[in-house]
Design a protein around this ligand. Structure first.
Ligand code: UD1
Ligand code: UDP
Length: 389
């Protein structure tokens, strides 16, 4: 039997973290498949950090990142380079993950060459094409193209079925972000950045913060930063640890508002192991990130989400995640309540993790084998369980 070639296309921090467990799993299945790793490098430094942690060396690296790149620039540079690779590598399937431009353009390039597409983390929806921007549309467009849809949750599967996606192609796998998290927390790790180590050993309660969403650029982000400033001033026993996204547009807003405060620690993006271990040591997380919303509950951390809408309603329903939007007053009040009321804190920290059980990659790879008629059953679906406390 000729081995199947599975091309895995990634390019930013989150899609790479979430594809890493699948790449590692595919590498164990050498009897029937060959894996080709294609990095668009829509991110550069933040991508390389992830590749180092998971020991992944791309077979192809398009190296497209430009400072302050526009959506059009990313699309144009990625689609042309990917088309050439699709022709050369002749994959039997292309895997993409999530909702970045790399995801959508990766699926488009495969479609142009009649190559089947598997979409990991399919079916998340806000049903508002402006939030998150442009991710909601990246996800929907990828769903139109994909031949296999790996829905992380039953909610995501239902969303796809509502859009008349063929039910035989939709599988609930759990989210590979939890597989990655399991890999990370199992590793014994000493925080590698001295400033982070010092902060985490200071005895202060820590609010871990990340922020980067395009729809929050400018005024909304300023509101969030102002709330953080107010919290830091009012609670000197609390520290804000803020690994800043590399995007200069984010830094232009954040740094002037926060850099003069002694209990605010502004850092470069952390590598994944540092970040996960810092999250485990934190009291509270404030973020507009998608992935961090999924990881926090698993570590028992309350998450305040800087968004008006989320395509990840599960943890909100279970009470671990609260949407606080971008209004400075609302963010401040929500954080103050968690810092001052042990009961409010316990209520959010004591919740269920609905996103995965660490076996999403295994399920995904089995479904791909089934697609190629190499196994009779696609295997069972992910069902969330109550977290033991
Ligand atoms: C991208 C994704 C977003 C995802 C986010 C994860 C799109 C349109 N956006 O947003 O869905 O949530 O990644 O972080 O796909 N930069 C660097 N070094 C890096 C990374 C970024 O310098 O390693 C700077 C560059 O100036 C770059 C800018 O950040 O132009 C923005 O990067 P880009 O990928 O366009 O957007 P993100 O906001 O990172
Ligand atoms: N993360 C990281 N270092 C950081 C901040 C986040 O490794 O300094 C990880 C985090 O654990 C999560 C992922 O990056 O797995 C989320 O990426 P990001 O917030 O950039 O994108 P999103 O998930 O919003 O698309």
């Amino acid at each position: 039997m000729k081995k199947k070639t599975i091309a895995v296309v990634f390019g930013t921090r989150p899609d790479t973290i979430k594809l890493a467990p699948i790449i590692l799993r595919l590498r164990q299945e050498r009897s029937w498949c060959r894996t080709v790793c294609i990095a668009t490098a829509q991110h550069r430094q933040m991508l390389d950090q992830v590749l180092d942690v998971f020991h992944i060396r791309p077979d192809e690296d398009l190296n497209i990142m430009k400072p302050r790149q526009s959506l059009a620039m990313i699309t144009r540079n990625t689609v042309e380079a990917l088309d050439r690779i699709m022709v050369e590598a002749e994959p039997d399937m292309v895997l993409v993950q999530g909702d970045t431009l790399t995801t959508f353009v990766g699926s488009l390039a495969a479609f142009f060459r009649h190559i089947p597409v598997g979409h990991v983390e399919a079916g998340l929806r806000t049903n508002d094409k402006t939030q998150p921007f442009p991710e909601e549309m990246n996800r929907r467009l990828t769903s139109c193209i994909a031949d296999l849809h790996f829905a992380p949750t039953a909610t995501a599967k239902r969303a796809l079925l509502r859009e008349h996606v063929d039910p035989r192609t939709v599988f609930v796998t759990g989210n590979t972000v939890i597989d990655a998290l399991h890999i990370a927390v199992r590793r014994k790790h000493r925080l590698s950045i001295p400033a982070l180590r010092k902060a985490m050993e200071s005895g202060r309660r820590t609010i871990l913060v990340t922020m980067h969403r395009r729809e929050n650029w400018g005024e909304p982000m300023r509101g969030a930063a102002a709330a953080l400033r107010r919290i830091a001033i009012e609670f000197p026993d609390v520290q804000v640890v803020f690994p800043m996204h590399k995007n200069p547009i984010v830094r232009d807003v954040v740094m002037p508002l926060l850099r003069d405060l002694p209990n605010v620690v502004l850092l470069e993006p952390l590598d994944y192991l540092d970040f996960v271990h810092a999250m485990a040591l934190s009291t509270l997380v404030i973020t507009d990130s998608g992935g961090v919303q999924e990881e926090g509950p698993s570590l028992g951390k309350p998450i305040l989400v800087l968004r008006e809408k989320t395509e990840r309603p599960e943890a909100v329903e279970f009470g671990t995640v609260k949407l606080v939007g971008l209004d400075a007053g609302t963010i401040y009040r929500a954080a103050r309540r968690l810092l001052t009321s042990p009961a409010a804190y316990r209520a959010m920290a004591a919740a269920v993790n609905p996103y995965g059980d660490g076996r999403a990659a295994e399920r995904t790879v089995r479904i791909i084998r089934h697609y190629f008629h190499l196994t009779r059953s696609p295997g069972g679906e992910f069902v969330p369980r109550r977290r033991r406390r």
